[in-house]
Write a protein of this length. Structure first.
Lengths: 330, 693
């Protein structure tokens, strides 16, 4: 672990200026991922700028029906927020399925989005990894890849994004508000994370010095009936093998709108647009649910240890949709 | 037999309970020592070869670095027959993660930072870390490698019996490598000064550590103290000292009396302190139309390391469990370029009984005989191979009472037919057994203090088992004084010699010693002893040793739910009924059984050290990647035991209980999962993907 400087930011502009001009500087929020990386030698920042005292720690309902979540709102607090529990249950469920109580108390909204893959080879500096050390090779491609990607991967990297929260945000069409040296911009959460391609070292589209300040949820009334289902190797404190975030609107037995995202399948939270299209206007039947899953999974490419993810995703999506549409009907 | 005793809060509370929960019971790393230094180990980055060069200059330049140890500058150690302890004695690499040096510095952070600056170059040799059945790596262990049992056993004509059997099963089970992961990581503080060598060490037997270290470093035993009054779990991984202890001692020799502290990280524990070896076990059973076994064959292949043999014998679980006129047992080892395996809770029995008890369940399904009934029909009158009578054997009572309590008789035997909501529901049973061992050679001192109390000293170990409390009880009982009138001290070489905490033999071995030492004290000093008088004595030999087969038994029942869509497996309910002689302290005994069964659920559902053969290391080497059961994975676990009076097993009448609780658990869970789904998974752990349809 390399020695480093630490400073606590008192205003956003100076924090952004400090990090932007120092390639070795990094923001730190809850530190639940970054500090691990520093201990493991994955990253060796020269300076940490602590942003947890910046005024981004509240959840606001906006006049237009949107909800703005500050970037430093802790995961536990967000999951307990009445507006989230009532209007976006998928998000509260996703948050509570992640990590442990202790970690959720510390982890922030922005940090959760920007956490990095838990690929064992990425986290072990003694093994090759293109994400950690570009050009060194991918150890997971022909190694232990039970937790790895079946959608959107490349020869360079088959890692998955570990967040549960981000999968719910992808289904909800959330926006990420970003401030940088050149001002502010808004990035749809589905476009925040990249697919690995030839540059797996780039997790997101953010540039050095850019700071996530908030996440905004659209009004989306039918999200009041939404679910997050996480399938994992133990009942608690494990990353998803497969997860499904879904919200559906059913009218007279037909699906009139659907928002679906998958976790555990790709380098980013996977918005299942093909499945959504297949469901649009379809009857709420088992056949339709499975056809929707198949539409999304047609392009899946499995590895030695993760063939099960395709049927597991299909079954889990069907299970979630069954539950949501039966609930609608009752 | 007077019916089952349901575990309640009977028995004294754990003597050191308050100190532990208030954080005042010191564990090895926490001893206040003056002006310590911190050791960070250097580990090999290849699985086989030699160190071509090791450049420590940059590390030595870091402020606060005291010493960088490598094979170039380390002191010579004497060979003691344990290659794990011969650290830094050559440039050879036998497994990935092997200790190849150490940085000793003023703070742990400086030591870790400087360790990253050491530049090691290797000359690689091809390595082989893939566990498999391959003539190039498989061999039969020597008989002297396993002094208790020969690896092979043959009685009668198995092949003919199988050919003529009405019902047969021929099934192969695999179990993965598993790591102990006690809550307290391995840690040691070594101080080498004019008084000699003092170790505050997390271990299962301080005397054993001293006996091994004295010849290793060439010191008289009297000049070494090993202190371990509190140990935060061990499960076998602290039974023998591992390389980090020798490394810390080597470092302490260089620091002019300053203590050197070393605590291994979780990741280092996946390389340096042993593990349960993976197994591949084929079980063939033949039975007549009544379900009576005519043939039992159990062949086990297990992993060992090429540099240090560890010979576990999982197939030996089938030697004496059931009556069977024809029997064949074989144990083979596959030697690889991997860290050395070691004992892990019920070594051999946990893996072996998983295979046997799963196969028996398959025979029950095949023959249409209830699995409990099938076991009752194969109950032996005497130990099948030795022909010895059992000192006591109450497996039948465990099965019957467990069946009653669990509601077994309402069970519909058809697999895959019960569903509640999205969950398939099933129940399963398995038997457990574990040998009742006794290690001779322990001594205890009984002293009558000036305050009227009796002090009992014995260099035993309490690794969280409740040994301190049980031994206090036995001393008080023998002295016929209240529990509070006895102060028992253990865990250190300052107390008389005692064997290690292993083989579930603590209460039997140390308890017999305490019981006999108390008798000797009373014989010498009478019932009204003077102040300060004392007696040191050991246990008289057990005249029944070798005349009886001595084992603890149990019956494990599990209810399992498997999600119809996702394959997720849950164990909402378990019941264990045990027959283990006298239960000295029901409160702490309950905890031991409960812990064993919980670890068994963990073995069934989760535990799996995944080896990447290309590198030769465990990939999921932390507690995020290596799953042990979380609270949410453990539902209701009920523990009970039958009253069992065994006059032969030892003077205490107690059989070991630390390990029998894990035995059979995984089979019960697997059998229940089959009953729930109709899917027979023969490869642990039972992860959701294996039940997907």
């Amino acid at each position: 672990m390399k020695p480093f400087d630490y400073q606590r930011a008192t205003d956003a502009d100076s924090a952004i200026a400090t990090v932007s001009r120092d390639p070795e500087a990094r923001y730190i929020g809850g530190g639940t991922n970054l500090v691990d990386h520093m201990k493991l030698g994955i990253t060796e920042p020269g300076k940490l700028v602590d942003i947890t005292r910046l005024p981004y720690d509240s959840v606001e309902s906006l006049p237009d029906g949107r909800v703005r979540i500050g970037a430093t709102v802790r995961n536990s607090d967000l999951a307990a927020e009445p507006v989230i529990r009532q209007r976006y249950p998928v998000l509260a469920q996703a948050l509570l399925s992640g990590a442990s109580g202790q970690l959720r108390n510390l982890a922030t909204t922005g940090g959760n989005l920007l956490q990095r893959t838990r690929c064992s080879y990425f986290q072990d500096v003694t093994t090759p990894c293109n994400k950690r050390e570009p050009g060194s090779g991918c150890s997971a491609l022909e190694g232990w890849n039970r937790h790895h990607a079946v959608l959107g991967a490349s020869e360079r990297c088959v890692a998955t994004h570990p967040s549960d929260m981000a999968v719910a945000l992808a289904a909800l069409d959330a926006d990420v508000l970003v401030a940088g040296p050149d001002g502010q911009r808004t990035v749809p959460v589905t476009e925040l994370h990249r697919l690995p391609g030839d540059e797996p070292e780039q997790d997101t589209v953010l540039r050095h010095g850019e700071l996530v300040t908030a996440v905004e949820l659209p009004s989306l009334p039918f999200a009041v009936r939404s679910r997050y289902r996480k399938v994992r190797d133990r009942a608690s404190y494990a990353f998803a093998l497969v997860s499904v975030a879904a919200a559906v609107e059913v009218t007279d037995g037909d699906i009139t709108d659907a928002r679906i995202a998958f976790g555990g399948l790709a380098h980013k939270p996977w918005r299942a647009t093909a499945a959504e299209r297949a469901l649009h206007g379809a009857p709420a039947t088992e056949e339709a649910f499975r056809a929707a899953a198949d539409a999304e999974l047609a392009e899946a490419e499995t590895l030695r240890d993760n063939e099960f993810k395709v049927p597991m995703t299909r079954n889990t999506l069907a299970s979630v949709l069954r539950e949501l549409t039966q609930q609608e009907g009752s | 037999m007077t019916g089952a005793t349901r575990a309640t809060s009977q028995g004294p509370e754990r003597v050191e309970g308050r100190a532990k929960v208030t954080g005042t019971a010191p564990y090895a790393f926490e001893y206040p020592v003056t002006d310590p230094l911190y050791l960070h180990p250097l580990r090999a980055g290849i699985a086989r070869g030699r160190i071509a060069s090791i450049d420590t200059a940059a590390a030595e330049r870091v402020d606060g670095v005291h010493t960088v140890l490598t094979h170039h500058n380390a002191d010579a150690l004497n060979p003691v027959g344990d290659p794990e302890l011969a650290v830094l004695q050559s440039d050879g690499i036998d497994f990935r993660g092997q200790l190849v040096g150490a940085v000793v510095a003023e703070t742990p952070e400086i030591a870790a930072h400087a360790a990253g600056l050491v530049d090691i170059r290797y000359e690689r040799l091809p390595h082989d870390s893939e566990f498999r059945d391959d003539a190039n790596i498989v061999y039969t262990p020597d008989a002297d490698a396993s002094p208790m049992l020969s690896p092979d056993l043959e009685r009668g004509d198995v092949d003919t019996a199988l050919a003529e059997a009405t019902h047969t099963v021929d099934v192969t089970y695999t179990t993965p490598p598993e790591h102990h992961n006690p809550i307290e990581p391995h840690a040691v503080i070594a101080t080498w000064d004019d008084d000699g060598l003092t170790l505050h060490d997390s271990n299962q037997g301080s005397h054993l550590v001293r006996d091994l270290l004295a010849p290793l470093v060439g010191l008289d035993k009297e000049r070494i103290s090993v202190i371990a009054p509190h140990v935060g779990g061990a499960f076998g991984s602290k039974g023998m000292p591992h390389g980090h202890v020798a490394l810390t001692v080597l470092a302490a020799r260089r620091t002019a009396g300053r203590p050197v502290k070393c605590a291994l990280s979780r990741t280092q524990m996946f390389e340096l302190v042993g593990y349960r070896p993976p197994t591949r076990q084929r079980v063939r059973l033949g039975a007549d139309s009544d379900g009576r076994l005519t043939a039992t064959e159990h062949d086990s292949l297990e992993q060992t390391s090429r540099f240090k043999q560890y010979a576990e014998q999982s197939a030996s679980a089938s030697r004496e469990m059931y009556a069977s006129p024809n029997r064949r047992v074989t144990n083979r080892l596959a030697a690889l370029d991997v860290p050395a395996p070691t004992w892990m809770r019920a070594p051999g029995e946990a893996s072996g009984m998983y295979a046997l008890e799963s196969a028996v369940d398959e025979l029950a399904v095949r023959s249409g005989i209830d699995p409990i009934d099938l076991r009752l029909r194969n109950e032996p009158e005497v130990a099948p191979v030795s022909g010895l009578p059992f000192s006591s054997r109450n497996l039948v009572a465990c099965l019957r009472q467990g069946a009653e309590r669990f509601g077994w008789h309402e069970r519909d035997p058809r697999p895959g037919t019960r569903r509640e909501g999205d969950w398939f529901v099933g129940t399963g049973v398995a038997a457990a057994s574990f040998p009742s061992l006794l290690f001779p050679g322990s001594l205890a001192t009984i002293r009558h203090e000036s305050d009227g109390k009796y002090r009992v000293e014995i260099g035993a170990a309490d690794i969280g088992t409740g040994a301190r409390t049980a031994l206090t009880q036995l001393a008080a009982e023998g002295l016929e004084v209240p529990f509070e009138a006895v102060e028992l001290r253990l865990g250190s070489t300052e107390q008389p010699n005692a064997g290690l905490a292993g083989g579930s033999a603590g209460t039997a071995s140390w308890g017999s010693t305490v019981v006999d030492a108390v008798r000797a004290f009373r014989a010498e000093h009478g019932s009204d002893p003077g102040e300060g008088v004392e007696t040191t004595a050991g246990a008289a030999g057990n005249p029944d040793l070798g005349k009886y087969a001595m084992n603890a038994y149990g019956a494990q029942f599990a209810e399992v739910r498997v999600h119809a869509d996702t394959g997720e497996v849950r164990v909402p309910r378990m019941l264990g009924v045990f027959a283990a002689g006298r239960i000295v302290n029901p409160r702490t005994a309950h905890s031991q059984f409960l812990g064993g069964m919980t670890m068994g659920i963990s073995m069934a559902l989760h535990e799996h050290s995944v080896v990447d053969e290309r590198f030769g290391h465990v990939v999921n080497h932390d507690l995020a990647g290596y799953h042990i059961a979380s609270n949410a994975d453990v539902g209701s676990i009920e523990v009970s035991w039958v009253d069992e009076h065994d006059p032969h097993v030892n003077p205490v009448g107690a059989k070991g209980i630390g390990e029998v609780g894990i035995v059979g658990t995984a089979a019960a869970v697997g059998n229940a999962a089959h009953h729930a789904t109709g899917v027979r998974v023969r490869e642990l752990p039972l992860t959701p993907d294996k039940f997907l349809r």
